[in-house]
Design a protein around this ligand. Structure first.
Ligand SMILES: [Cu+2]
Length: 155
């Protein structure tokens, strides 16, 4: 029953479009609103693995950005810096949170200005070939807990 309601809500909210057998569900996706002309934004979401095998996110893509990269924050020389990573591993029956100050998806080279409240398409591809399409609403940074300075990258 709960499962049915959850699935229904997800469909109504248009949060994701995934085949019924999808192992990974995406919760609370969002893209940060940025001022017009700013070329970079960032996406957050929670990846929940309902399967018995770990899932490895290997590729991200968005139609609003020239490139989408997986990033993490690391402590270097006493400062938190961002670093590009190749994969995000979602453990079996586990979840990984992409959030400010931690893992995130960087949208680089925005092809147009973002509109507050619009939904941005983000495509996720896993090592086993599973693909997910996420429709992430554009929200103000103020809606999130910790502001992140995306101008300082480790590399
Ligand atoms: Cu970043």
């Amino acid at each position: 029953m709960t499962k049915t309601i959850t699935a229904l809500l997800a469909v109504l909210a248009g949060v994701f479009a995934a085949p019924a057998w999808a192992q990974v569900r995406v919760h609370d996706p969002m893209v940060r609103m940025v001022p017009p002309g700013q070329p970079i934004s960032v996406a957050f979401m929670t990846l929940h693995n309902h399967g018995m095998d770990e899932k490895i996110l290997v590729k991200v893509h968005s139609d609003v950005a020239g490139a989408a990269e997986m990033h993490n924050h690391i402590l270097a020389d006493g400062m938190m810096k961002m670093r590009r990573i190749d994969t995000i591993v979602v453990p079996a029956h586990g979840q990984v949170e992409l959030k400010p100050g931690g893992l995130h998806i960087m949208l680089i080279g925005l092809s147009r200005n973002l509109q507050l409240g619009e939904r941005v398409t983000i495509n996720l591809e896993f090592a086993d070939g599973e693909r997910l399409t996420v429709n992430a609403p554009v929200q103000m940074a103020g809606d999130m807990h910790t502001p992140t300075d995306h101008t300082k990258h480790a590399d």
